[in-house]
Design a protein around this ligand. Structure first.
Ligand code: FAD
Ligand code: NAP
Length: 476
């Protein structure tokens, strides 16, 4: 791993020089350094749930430890702000705990600093005793089918980012489509289904962006088909989300095409959560509601093969599947599903932010064992960049607490990075490279401004969606 770190050195001459000055030929300088930095310092990269929960645990289990929390955007909280649906405000209450952590004197938020751009992971390892990578999974997985480049084929991730005010997803979403197809049957697909079919009145008092609300008010969407490649017993969404959709005012399900009654004999032997979810589908299919203004369908056993259309998509060709146990097998049959918008919702994907780090490009994760990055003492990974893009905040919390404890235990046992400079010196270098780190009190200025804007329109907050405007408000 050490040789891997050295590979990126030529890209950062200034740091190289500073590190060389502080290396072994200068024993006195090293002694001074040790004296000024006897408490351990940890860098955490990413201020989503994984970053905050790991930080919380580190400062609890390693008293005296200081944590610097790096975040690429000027605002903290990751998918709690930019992923969780606006009509699920109760989920966002986790930020209360995150704010307590960020307010601790042991923690320093350094937002608006991109690791991989303003500073490398290898550099962090030269200034901190431990580095925890918690930077999530912010790419999306393509379908890899012909026609995916057609107009109105997009990722659910983009739509989610758009209605949640993610700066990179500001380009408007065209909701002139009457029929939308969503590929993938996870909770993200159900979030998007709900947002596309809910009435604007139900969303008006949430923190959805005003521009998304205005576009949804003009939406022509009448029907949404959610396509899953496997059957109801393998659906990835959970009961709470399906129940919410089934009861959504002004919408009704069309339960066609799947013989739900055939599932009834299997119900007693299913594990409880799966049984309850399947019972809900069977029961709803048996007594469908009268057609409402907007309708939706769950289409099982269909794999996307090709998006068709001249400029814009107008049909999705799917292959009809059968199940062999939990595995899907193709048949020779295909079908066409008309649609004027096609959204892929088949999972997010992690990115590599430092070529010197090991990376599993196929899975989009940093390979690790229980959070330890292989062959790199003092380097850890937690959250979606370590586990892959699965799990709710509670799962992320458990794994990040475990990694936080691991970091504290390793620090106590003297297993750490070879630190040769003080974190403040590195932060100074980061500033010299053009970043202006946003601290927690700085973010609170934007937070208050957003809440104030929200109050004026009857919302908990009106998010600022442009990074430039965020900076203007933060720095005055
Ligand atoms: P993230 O939340 O993505 O945080 C990663 C952070 O790292 C981000 O702030 C990002 O900006 C930052 N970052 C990225 N790259 C860099 C870099 N190079 N330098 C510095 N910082 C960087 N769970 C629930 O329990 N309830 C829900 O209702 C719910 N809804 C969801 C809705 C959607 C659309 C999605 C996708 C997920 C949802 N989840 C929900 C799951 C939950 O969001 C995840 O479990 C959790 O956010 C994963 O945490 P994380 O910290 O690993 O990643
Ligand atoms: P997910 O739960 O993993 O679902 C992905 C879906 O895409 C699955 O149905 C999967 O089918 C399908 N899929 C994958 N590759 C495919 C392909 N090539 N072709 C066709 N279909 C494909 O992912 P997600 O919906 O992005 O959610 C991520 C995590 O966030 C989950 O843990 C979720 O629970 C959580 N989340 C929670 C909430 C909430 O609590 N309200 C909201 C949103 C997200 P297979 O099963 O066949 O692979």
């Amino acid at each position: 791993m050490r040789s891997a770190c050295f590979r990126c050195w030529p890209r950062c001459d200034d740091l190289l020089q500073r590190i060389m000055v502080r290396s072994s030929p200068w024993p006195e300088r090293r002694r001074q350094l040790a004296m000024t930095t006897d408490q351990p310092y940890v860098a955490v990269v990413g201020s989503g749930p994984a970053g905050f929960y790991a930080t919380q645990q580190i400062i609890k289990k390693a008293p005296g430890c200081r944590v610097d929390l790096f975040e690429q955007l000027p605002v903290p909280f990751g998918l709690v702000r930019f992923g969780v649906a606006p009509d699920h405000p109760e989920v966002k209450n986790v930020t209360t705990t995150f704010c307590q952590t960020a307010s601790s004197p042991a923690v320093r938020l350094l937002a608006d600093v991109t690791v991989g751009r303003h500073v490398t992971v290898s550099e962090l390892r030269r200034a901190y005793d431990a580095v925890v990578l918690a930077y999530g999974a912010d790419d999306d997985r393509p379908l890899g089918i012909p026609g995916e480049q057609l107009t109105n084929v997009a990722s659910a991730r983009h739509l989610v980012g758009w209605y949640n005010g993610l700066p990179g997803c500001r380009s408007p979403v065209d909701l002139a489509a009457e029929h939308v197809v969503i590929v993938g049957m996870g909770n993200v697909a159900l979030d998007v289904l709900r947002l596309l079919t809910a009435s604007v009145d139900a969303l008006a008092g949430t923190d959805i962006t005003e521009s998304a609300l205005a576009a949804l008010a003009e939406s022509r969407v009448r029907h949404v088909t959610v396509v899953g490649r496997r059957g109801p017993l393998q659906a990835a969404f959970t009961i709470k989300e399906l129940r919410e959709q089934i009861h959504l005012v002004g919408t009704s399900a069309i339960w066609d095409g799947y013989p739900f009654h055939q599932l009834e004999p299997l119900l007693p032997d299913l594990p409880r959560p799966r049984r309850r979810l399947t019972e809900l589908m069977v029961k709803s299919a048996r007594s469908p509601r009268a057609a409402e203004r907007r309708t939706w369908t769950l289409k099982f056993l269909r794999s996307p093969l090709e998006a068709l259309g001249t400029d814009a998509v107008d049909q999705l060709r799917v292959g009809v599947n059968a199940m062999d146990g939990d595995h899907v097998v193709g048949t020779n049959q295909t079908e066409l599903i008309p649609c004027q918008m096609l959204l892929r919702s088949i999972g997010y994907k992690g990115r590599q932010i430092d070529p010197a780090l090991p990376f599993d490009a196929a899975r989009g994760v940093i390979p690790n064992t229980d959070g330890r990055v292989h062959g790199a003492p003092g380097l850890y990974v937690t959250g979606w960049i370590g586990t892959g893009p699965v799990g709710v905040i509670l799962n992320t919390m458990s794994s990040s607490f475990a990694v936080g404890k691991l970091v504290a235990d390793d620090l106590a046992a003297g297993k750490q990075c070879d630190r040769v400079m003080h974190p403040d010196e590195l932060v100074q270098i980061i500033r010299e490279r053009g970043a202006r780190p946003v601290g927690f009190p700085d973010w609170l200025r934007l937070d208050q401004a957003e809440e104030e804007r929200g109050r004026r329109v009857g919302k908990p907050r009106e998010k600022v969606v442009s990074v430039d405007e965020m900076r203007r408000i933060i720095w005055g």
